[in-house]
Every structure is written in structure tokens, then in C-alpha cells.
Design a protein around this ligand. Structure first.
Ligand code: COI
Length: 367
């Protein structure tokens, strides 16, 4: 890891920023992923040359040749992070080095070039400083969602790692990921589709994994569910993840259990933070295989008292109904999150928003 960036993201400020009134209207009710700030950060990699042309420029459409490799072979990775405004007006992000490290692992798996951690961080700083007025006010849980991504921009139809790659960061003011807020989500247990297999790209944060989750998501909606939960691709027996979120079960004896990283599950930053925070909350974290049958039996006997999904976008979202072709069962209280999920959520958000002391050095200042 290098400590100082080698890329200097020069800012070309656009003359036509959103007006204060237009920006305030967005910030009053941002939703998720619908509105974008005035600028974006960009850099280009070329084989034999490395990274170059780092810049912050007006947010807008990218020009891509129809033969750009990403459009054909999905050589693409991304990250999701949030910037929070603290009470003194400063802006901070949460464990960016963990996202930078995962971005590197994803890049390696998708045969994309490495981007140095310091340069990754510098791109976030440059964009957030340029568009700092888009970071929502302190006090709630709104944030500026940051989406770094990298893709094969070379125009070429042969199947090989691209010789030209684009790195981009965009930013979007964000409220709750689910429109129901903290209402428990219902999950459709996917029987026909797997998200990923061992040796595949399940542990990488690449667009293809999300594309492969969409048919199950459609099936979930057709069955009146908010999301789908995936089982392992070999035995269709073990819980994996929701496609865009990891999952935890809460046991009445204080254990919180999440599926172990089998190679096909995304190593979520929120997931790993919860495993750490559990110790502060007198909970016993466990990472191991969990069968769907264990979940069903535990929920029915009262051994499992709560279930929740977690991720950067969703933070912590309670899971209620579980639905499959064989019937349904529910975990946790009707209509609201259970006390453990609520406590973990509050603890995490208090650190992220600067309301609790950051004893682990998880926060990095961006502006
Ligand atoms: C995130 O939590 O940041 C993600 O990338 C997941 C996606 C469902 C928005």
C-alpha cells in the first residue's frame, strides 16, 4: 500500500452547477440512486502506460464505442461507500481502505488493472470536495453514496483482458435503500437460480453478479416479495446472500450467525464491521454454514429471534417473511425490526455519523 497518491485529480469545474434550490429539493428527499451530483472523477488506464488523465469533470454521459469490451463481456467492477456529514460540517467516509482492498481483489478476479489504495482514496476526496454541498445535512442517516467503478473501455471484440480501462466515481445523495424504511423485507427463496458458484466471481463486486441475480429478483416480485435469497449452487441447501446484501441470524442465546465466506459470497464491509461490533454489544459472532432448514426450524421454535440483511446501501434491514414454493415462515416481530438488529444499526450509524467515538479508526475524512 502506498501512502501518498500518484494521481492528481485536476478539477475542471462546470459553469452550470445545479442551483441551490434544485439541490435542496433533491436533498429534502433523495431516495436512493436517482440523483447525481454536478461532477464525476475519471481516469484512464492503458496497457504499457498505466493510469493517466485523472480528472474531476462535469457529470454526464460517457462516450463509448459500440464495440467497447464491457458491453459484450461485462469486464466491470464497482464499489459502494457513503460519505456522512458530521456535526461540525466535516465529511467522513467509513473504512475506505476495506473498499479499496476489495476493489483490488475484484480487479484481479476480472483481469482489470490494480488501482492503488491512495489513488482510490484521492479520487473520492477530489470528487467529494468539489461537490461537498451535495452531502446531506447532519442529524439523520442521509449520506452521499459514492460509486467507484472500473470497466473495459477498449473497442475490441476479441475475448481477452482489455488494453484500455476507464475508472470513474459518481456520487448520489441517498436516503433509505428500501422505500419501506425500516419495515422488515420479505424474501423469496430462490430455487431455480444461483447467484454464484465456487471458483466463479461471487466474491468479487462485479456487475455480472448483480445481473445474474435479477431473474430471481423478478421471481421474488412476482411472488409478492421484496428481495430474493440465494442458496449454495451445489446442494441448494446453505444460505448464501441476498445478491446485494449479506445476511445475519440472531439466536436467543446472543449468537449472531452469518454464512461463512465460501468463495461465492461477497465479503461485505458492513458484514465484517458487524462481526467486530458484536463483541461490544455482548453478542457472540459466528461465521459458519447455515442451512435453510436450520433457519426455518429455528424461526419456528423461537431459537432464532431475528434476521437481518446488511450492506452499505441498506445499512441493516430486518428480514420478516421467508417465502418459497413450499410455503412460508417468518422471523422476528411483525411490522418492525427486532431489538438486536435495531441496536446494531444504531451503533453502526452513530459511528458513521460521528455521534459515537470512532475507537477503531474506521473513519477517514474526505472534506
Ligand atoms: C451497496 O450496498 O453499496 C451495494 O453496492 C449493493 C447494491 C444493492 C446497492
Amino acid at each position: 500500500m502506498s501512502t501518498s497518491p500518484s494521481l492528481n485529480f485536476a478539477v475542471a469545474e462546470r459553469p452550470d452547477r445545479a442551483s441551490d434550490a434544485d439541490r435542496d429539493a433533491v436533498l429534502a428527499s433523495p431516495g436512493f440512486g436517482q440523483h447525481f451530483t454536478d461532477h464525476m472523477a475519471l481516469a484512464t488506464w492503458r496497457k504499457g502506460e498505466g493510469w493517466g488523465d485523472p480528472r474531476v469533470t462535469a457529470y454526464g454521459p460517457l462516450q463509448l464505442d459500440p464495440s467497447a469490451a464491457v458491453l459484450h463481456y461485462a469486464q466491470e467492477i464497482f464499489e459502494g461507500m457513503k460519505a456522512y456529514r458530521h456535526e461540525d460540517g466535516s465529511v467522513w467516509t467509513f473504512r475506505p481502505e476495506a473498499n479499496a482492498a476489495r476493489f483490488s481483489r475484484s480487479a484481479h478476479r476480472l483481469a482489470l488493472p490494480a488501482l492503488d489504495e491512495a489513488d482510490f482514496l484521492e479520487s473520492l476526496r477530489a470528487l467529494v470536495r468539489t461537490d461537498v454541498d451535495w452531502v446531506p445535512a447532519t442529524g439523520g442517516e442521509e449520506s452521499l453514496y459514492l460509486r467507484p467503478f472500473m470497466f473495459a473501455s477498449e473497442s475490441f471484440l476479441g475475448v481477452r483482458p482489455a488494453n484500455e480501462v476507464t475508472y470513474c466515481v459518481i456520487a448520489s445523495p441517498a436516503g433509505a435503500y428500501f422505500s419501506g424504511g425500516l419495515k422488515p423485507v420479505s424474501l423469496w427463496i430462490s430455487e431455480h437460480y444461483s447467484r454464484a458458484g465456487v471458483g466463479g466471481t461471487g466474491a468479487a463486486k462485479c456487475g455480472g453478479n448483480y445481473a445474474s441475480s435479477l431473474a430471481a429478483q423478478v421471481e421474488a416480485a412476482e411472488n409478492g416479495c421484496d428481495q430474493s435469497v440465494f442458496l449454495d449452487s451445489v446442494e441448494q441447501k446453505y444460505i448464501e446472500e441476498l445478491g446485494g446484501m449479506n445476511v445475519f441470524l440472531v439466536y436467543k442465546d446472543g449468537r449472531i450467525v452469518t454464512p461463512e465466506l465460501s468463495g461465492s459470497i461477497l465479503e461485505g464491509v458492513t458484514r465484517s464491521s458487524i462481526l467486530e461490533l458484536a463483541k461490544d454489544l455482548d453478542l457472540t459472532p459466528e461465521e459458519r454454514r447455515i442451512t435453510l432448514e436450520e433457519w426455518r426450524a429455528g424461526a419456528e421454535s423461537g431459537e432464532i429471534t431475528e434476521a437481518f440483511a446488511c450492506g452499505t446501501a441498506a445499512v441493516i434491514t430486518p428480514v420478516g417473511r421467508m417465502v418459497s414454493t413450499e410455503g412460508e415462515f417468518r422471523t422476528g416481530p411483525e411490522g418492525e425490526g427486532g431489538p438486536v438488529a435495531t441496536k446494531i444499526r444504531e451503533t453502526l450509524l452513530a459511528i458513521q455519523t460521528g455521534r459515537a467515538e470512532d475507537t477503531r479508526g474506521w473513519l477517514t475524512r474526505l472534506a
